[in-house]
Design a protein around this ligand. Structure first.
Ligand code: IMP
Length: 443
C-alpha cells in the first residue's frame, strides 16, 4: 500500500486514532506530519487505555514512529509520554523525532493562555498548549528546533535571544510575570540529554522505507476544517491539517502518496469557538455528547455536537483528495429515531448551496438544511437486502470508498461503496441519505 494519509474530515476528534490503530497493524511506519500536543488520542489495546498526545499511536503496536518536521514538540510532554509508555512495558526505541521540528517553549504556553484571556469573548478557544505561538515563531524564523537541543551553546544563545523579547511581551503586553532564563535553560539542557537519542533524519528514514516498499501511514492531527489556510479561519489551528501537508510535513514528494483515507464521525463535533451550522439545538446535543463520550482528550472540554454535515464533508473530500472514508461512531446515532443530516446550506440571501462557502461571512450566516426522517442513514451491503438504519448494528469502523457527495436520483450526500479495511474491500456498503425533496429548514 506504500504511503497512506489518514486525515480528519471534520473539526478533529473524528476517531482517527482508532483507524490509525487498525491500519497500523499492517503498516511498518506510523508518522505524524503536523500539530503537537493539542491532539489527543485515546486508544484501548488489550483492555488497557492509553492517552497519547505527542507520540504517534503506532508506538502501542511496536511500529516505527516518526514525528516529522512539520510538527511542534513540547519536550516535557514528549518525555512524560516516553516515561509513561516505558513504565507500562512499551519500548520507545521505535520513536524518531525530526531535528527540524520546532520546540514548544514555556513562553509559548504562557503567551497562548494570556492571549486567549486578552481576547475575551473573541477568543479562539485554543487548547492553550502553545501551538499558535510556536508556529508563529517558526514562520517568523525565531523558533527553536529539536536539533538545537544537540548543541548546548546554540541552545542557550537562542533561549536568551528569544526570552529577552518574550519577557517584554509577557510583562508589558499581557501583564503576566516574566520567565526566568536560568530556570528554562537548565530545564532544556536536562531535556536535551534525554531527547538526543530520539533525534533522526526522518525525511531520509521515510524515503528509504518507501523505496524498500514498506507500508507507511501518515497520520494527520486535528481535522480539515481546522486547517490554517482552508479551515474556518481564525477558528483553526496553526498548521495545515490537509493531506497535501503530509508530504511537506514529513519531507517526501507529493507523488509518493498513494491514497488518502478521510475519517468522519457519523455526526460532527467541534471544540473551541467558531460557527457551526449543524450544531444541535436543545437537549439532543447533550444526549449525543453523553452517548458519544464527547469530551476533549487533551483539555477535557465538552465538545459541541452537530448533525452530520455533508456540505462540509464534500469540501473535505475535495481539499484532501480523499479516496476512502472511514465513518465512525454510527452506533451513537442508533439511539435516535429521527436523524437529521445536513445536505445543503441556506445563505443569507436565501439561496441554497451544496458547496462550502468560500467567504467567511457566508459561512458564518449559513443555516443548515436538514433532512429529517426516521432512519435517515441506510446501509446496504452488496448482495444483501437493504436494511433500514441499522446504524447500531454496524460496529465500526467501516471504511467506505468515495466518491462522496454525488447528487443522484435516489439520495444526496454520501454515496459510497466497499467497507472495512482496504484489503477486504470486496463487500459493498452504500450509505444513502434521502433526497433533497425531504429537506426541511433548521428546526
Ligand atoms: P490550538 O491548536 O490549540 O491553537 O487550537 C486552535 C483550535 O483548534 C481550537 O478551536 C481548538 O479547540 C482546536 N483543536 C486543536 N487541536 C484539536 C484536536 O485535537 N481536536 C479538536 N480540536 C482541536
Amino acid at each position: 500500500m506504500p504511503a497512506t494519509v489518514i486525515v480528519g474530515a471534520q473539526w478533529g476528534d473524528e476517531g482517527k486514532g482508532k483507524i490509525v490503530d487498525l491500519l497500523a497493524l499492517d503498516s511498518d511506519l506510523v508518522c505524524r506530519y503536523q500539530g503537537g500536543p493539542n491532539a489527543g488520542h485515546t486508544i484501548v489495546v488489550d483492555g488497557e487505555t492509553f492517552k497519547i498526545r505527542q507520540i504517534p499511536s503506532g508506538v502501542l503496536r511496536g511500529k516505527i514512529c516518526v514525528i516529522g518536521a512539520g510538527c511542534v514538540v513540547d519536550p516535557e510532554v514528549f518525555l512524560a509520554e516516553v516515561d509513561e509508555l516505558e513504565s507500562r512495558g512499551l519500548s520507545t526505541g521505535v520513536v524518531h523525532l525530526s531535528g527540524e521540528a520546532h520546540l514548544i517553549m514555556p513562553w509559548h504556553g504562557a503567551i497562548d493562555q494570556a492571549s486567549e484571556r486578552r481576547l475575551g469573548k473573541l477568543q479562539i478557544g485554543t487548547t492553550k498548549r502553545g501551538i499558535g505561538p510556536c508556529y508563529a515563531d517558526k514562520a517568523a524564523r525565531l523558533g527553536i528546533r529539536v536539533q538545537d537541543l544537540l548543541e548546548p551553546k546554540i541552545l542557550r544563545q537562542k533561549i536568551e535571544v528569544a526570552l529577552a523579547e518574550k519577557n517584554v511581551w509577557l510583562e508589558r503586553v499581557y501583564g503576566v510575570p516574566p520567565l526566568d532564563l536560568e530556570e528554562i535553560a537548565g530545564q532544556l539542557e536536562a531535556f536535551a540529554q534525554r531527547i538526543r537519542p530520539y533525534v533522526s533524519d526522518t525525511s531520509l528514514l521515510v524515503d528509504r522505507a518507501l523505496q524498500e516498499g514498506r507500508d507507511v501511514l501518515l497520520e494527520g492531527a486535528q481535522g480539515t476544517l481546522l486547517d490554517l489556510d482552508h479551515g474556518t479561519y481564525p477558528f483553526v489551528t496553526s498548521s495545515n491539517t490537509v493531506a497535501a501537508n503530509a508530504a511537506t510535513g514529513i519531507g517526501i514528494g507529493p507523488n509518493r502518496i498513494d491514497r488518502v483515507i478521510g475519517v468522519a464521525k457519523a455526526y460532527v463535533t467541534r471544540v473551541g469557538e467558531g460557527p457551526f451550522p449543524t450544531e444541535i439545538e436543545g437537549s439532543d446535543q447533550e444526549r449525543v455528547r453523553e452517548l458519544g463520550g464527547e469530551f476533549g482528550t487533551v483539555t477535557g472540554r465538552e465538545r459541541r455536537c452537530g448533525w452530520l454535515d455533508l456540505v462540509a464533508l464534500r469540501y473535505a473530500v475535495r481539499l484532501n483528495g480523499i479516496t476512502s472514508l472511514a465513518l465512525t461512531k454510527l452506533d451513537v446515532l442508533s439511539h435516535f429515531a429521527e436523524l437529521p443530516v445536513c445536505v445543503a446550506y441556506r445563505l443569507r440571501d436565501g439561496t441554497e448551496t451544496y458547496e462550502f462557502p468560500a467567504h467567511q461571512s457566508d459561512f458564518h450566516h449559513s443555516s443548515a438544511l436538514l433532512t429529517q426522517r426516521r432512519a435517515t442513514i441506510r446501509i446496504e451491503r452488496q448482495g444483501v437486502r437493504p436494511s433500514r438504519a441499522h446504524t447500531g448494528r454496524e460496529r465500526l469502523p467501516v471504511i467506505v470508498k468515495v466518491p462522496v457527495g454525488g447528487l443522484d436520483d435516489e439520495g444526496v450526500g454520501l454515496h459510497c461503496f466497499e467497507s472495512r479495511s482496504e484489503p477486504e474491500l470486496a463487500q459493498g456498503v452504500r450509505i444513502v441519505v434521502p433526497h433533497r425533496a425531504h429537506l426541511v429548514g433548521r428546526p
